[in-house]
Design a protein around this ligand. Structure first.
Ligand SMILES: Cc1cc2nc3c(=O)[nH]c(=O)nc-3n(C[C@H](O)[C@H](O)[C@H](O)COP(=O)(O)OP(=O)(O)OC[C@H]3O[C@@H](n4cnc5c(N)ncnc54)[C@H](O)[C@@H]3O)c2cc1C
Length: 479
């Protein structure tokens, strides 16, 4: 028994696609080099799962594309059928944008080609690589490009939104090392995009997310990084320690980037038992440079309090990405914000809120910015929050869906208290907070510029399942 959803697609009662625009599923499989996965196929459930738990969407079709030609064909299917299109690289979208209910998932995760030019210190990397895969391969040559704090995040999503990680103060955002990209636009054309070719698009994809096309490959600058000093420093999180940590991180040399997670200590084996259940700061530190200078830069942090655990050590940079459990799919209520200062009083507020949370884990993450990231002019890329000093992420992890409202309220309250009326936001950590919030990711003239570029390259808003920037011709959110 068949039924039709739209003129162009015929699906059966199990929601399997049988025919598109007169093209049968076997014909479609023939036309694509990559893998087509439908609800009838083994591996469908695995293929539709994303990093975050609680997202249970059933696409009609998942296409694991093999190359830019496949991408172009999938885009034409999406155009012709009008079905919702999700674009996926590493599947870590905080807002769940990499999977659709009843639409098409264009999945780049099989595209993992990497060509490293050691002499020129550049790399062409296909968008299906994860940050960890790229970093390990580059690290084998003593080279690195900065991504985020988690190895399993895709280079596709993190790069297009900006990319804030362990090299942010030394080398800037991931986009600051982006030299070029291959992008398939909504009309199916493959464009080489760089400072000279399609400069408007090159500007827009450095922070504007997946709004402008499907990036199949990125060319990055690589930096020499034969040694680093890095790892986790676990400190008791009193308000004084938190405030002093932030002051030290801001005063540290650019080589040192930090990510401090403040939370109630879960029972972890490396932590003294008397600290389980107490407020701790789990800080990740990376000094991107020579070991001796790195040890000197880390010393003031070690002196803030008696560390509960100290795993900071000389390392090869890729070792900063710890092995991950692929079955970990947390459900979280999260908010992200920028701050310009954090004193003892603000630290106290954070501690109080964390203590009041009923979540199975509540955390406030603090990233001190500055350095190379801040030296790029705000108008040079679509990521324009260049002058912000601190990025804070607030999250409550929970298991029971009926508790969602409680944890959303908690996260919203703490974020509002810390943001003090400043709504600006980093797009890659933004959840589903409505259209107006996307505007907050793009301050000043950035928003209008992005909408103009969107009109040029995606006038019908084919790429709309994302933190959407509507084409200038379409009505956008109130300003
Ligand atoms: C555990 C975790 C840790 C994180 N840590 C950091 C961090 O340290 N620093 C940081 O900056 N961010 C961090 N992030 C946020 C992360 O950068 C974004 O979630 C990013 O979008 C994930 O990229 P992805 O390719 O894995 O995700 P996906 O879900 O595959 O993609 C997200 C969206 O990006 C777009 N997109 C992805 N690939 C392409 C492509 N090739 N072409 C066109 N559009 C594309 C699509 O709109 C897609 O919906 C983290 C997220 C998680 C879940």
């Amino acid at each position: 028994m068949f039924h039709e959803t739209r003129d162009a697609v015929i699906i059966d009662q199990d929601a399997s696609v049988l025919e598109w625009e007169g093209v049968s599923l076997p014909q479609l499989r023939d036309r694509l080099k990559g893998r087509v996965i439908t609800p009838a196929d083994a591996g469908y459930d695995e293929a539709r799962a994303v990093f975050y738990g609680g997202i249970d969407r059933r696409p009609l079709l998942i296409v694991r594309v093999a190359d830019a030609t496949d991408v172009s064909r999938v885009l034409s299917l999406a155009r012709e059928t009008g079905l919702e299109l999700a674009v996926r690289s590493g599947g870590h979208s905080v807002a769940g944008h990499s999977v659709t209910d009843g639409g098409i998932v264009l999945d780049l995760s099989d595209m993992k080609g990497l060509h490293i030019d050691v002499d020129r210190r550049t790399a062409w990397a296909e968008a299906g690589l994860t940050a960890g895969e790229y970093t390990t391969a580059a690290g084998a040559h003593g080279l690195a490009t900065g991504f985020g704090d988690t190895g399993s995040v895709g280079i596709g999503g993190i790069t297009l939104g900006g990319g804030v990680g362990y090299l942010v103060r030394k080398h800037g955002l991931s986009i600051d090392d982006l030299l070029a990209a291959d992008v398939v636009t909504a009309d199916g054309q493959l464009l080489r995009v760089d400072a000279k070719r399609h400069p408007d698009l090159f500007w827009a994809i450095r922070g504007g997310g997946g709004n402008f096309g499907v990036a199949t490959r990125f060319q990055y600058r690589l930096h020499e990084l034969p040694t680093a000093v890095g790892g986790m420093l676990l400190l008791p999180a009193t308000p004084d320690v938190i405030a002093s940590f932030i002051a030290e991180a801001a005063a540290a040399p650019d080589e040192l980037s930090t990510i401090a997670n403040i939370m109630v200590a879960p029972p972890m084996p490396f932590m003294p038992a008397e600290y389980h259940g107490k407020m701790v700061m789990m800080a990740m530190l990376v000094y991107a440079g020579e070991v001796e200078a790195g040890e000197r830069a880390v010393a003031p942090f070690r002196a803030l309090a008696s560390p509960l655990a100290d795993m900071v050590r000389p390392m090869r940079y890729p070792e900063i990405y710890e092995p991950e459990d692929p079955s970990y799919h947390p459900v979280a209520a999260g908010r992200t914000l920028f701050m310009d200062a954090l004193d003892r009083r603000v630290a106290e507020t954070i501690v109080d809120h964390l203590q009041a949370s009923s979540a199975s884990m509540a955390v406030t993450q603090l990233r001190v910015l500055g350095g190379a990231m801040a030296r790029v002019p705000a108008g040079a890329t679509a990521f324009a929050h260049r002058g912000r000093r601190i990025m804070a992420n607030v999250a409550a992890l929970y298991e029971r869906p009926e508790e969602a409202a409680t944890h959303e309220t908690w996260a919203g309250d703490l974020a509002a208290t810390l943001a003090k009326g400043d709504s600006s936001v980093y797009v890659n950590f933004l959840g589903n907070e409505g259209e107006a919030r996307v505007r907050d990711a793009y301050p000043g003239s950035t928003w209008d510029r992005l909408r103009a570029v969107k009109s040029r390259y995606d006038p019908t808003n084919l790429f709309r399942l994302n933190q959407n920037i509507p084409p200038a011709s379409v009505e956008g959110p109130e300003q």
